[in-house]
Ligand binder design. Sequence first.
Ligand code: SAH
Length: 259
Amino acid sequence: MASSGSREARRGRLAGLALALWAAAGAGEAMAQTQERADLSISQRRRMVEDQIRRRGVEAPEVLGAMSRVPRHLFVPEENRADAYADQALPIGAGQTISQPYIVGLMTSLLAIDKGSRVLEIGTGSGYQAAVLGELASEVYTIEILAPLADRARKSLADLGYANVHVRTGDGYRGWPDRAPFDAILVTAAPPTIPDPLIAQLKVGGHMVLPLGQGVQDLLVLTKRPDGGFDRRSVLPVRFVPMTGEVREPPAPPNPPRR
Ligand code: SAH
């Protein structure tokens, strides 16, 4: 019958409306929770920048600004997220670590880069340092020797929209010749000796920042001279994971062995 039919239709519409309202309320709640988490991470980042970085003497406003923007917790494995803004290095899998925020801030400021800079990083790890560089420079080229880490970093950077950060899987010892020369080079794994191919890819006047040595390393700033050599300044003792690959291979014997 027409009347009961229309009543049923109305009831159906009301049920539909209720369902829509319920769904909207649920979505609203989820959005509010996401917003709350975002607000929390913003306030944690502000505190990290103030207490751990600025207070220890890194003052470049661009660097502090970049580190207040990059969501460090999204580069840290789920189980370590609660500590993402703590004053410490954290494991990122495969026996590797993401550096302490202060060290990231310090090394970034030592590079003395600007909006026009093209930067090379060796040791992508989580991709966090590369994201900080991506906030400050025009192009960032970063190389990671462990494929699972490179893949994850590539994804994290893409999800956050860092289109100017380029990740390559491989040994960074020989740099990225077809993108050289670079305004600055950052090495975030410790080599036992200074990799010559990287010096060759640095522009005159540019800085290369690296931890050098075994065990406790020396954080160095090398500045390329017009004659192709470099000046060297030691900043502080640090502890990074070792750089692996070609830099550890024994040099080839001067003469091929005779048969
Ligand atoms: N910058 C990283 C942390 C680096 S940990 C971050 O922000 O998370 C050092 C990284 O260097 C590790 O992931 C390690 O696998 C990588 N590594 C070691 N030797 C390397 C080499 N020869 N070339 C490229 N990456 C290397």
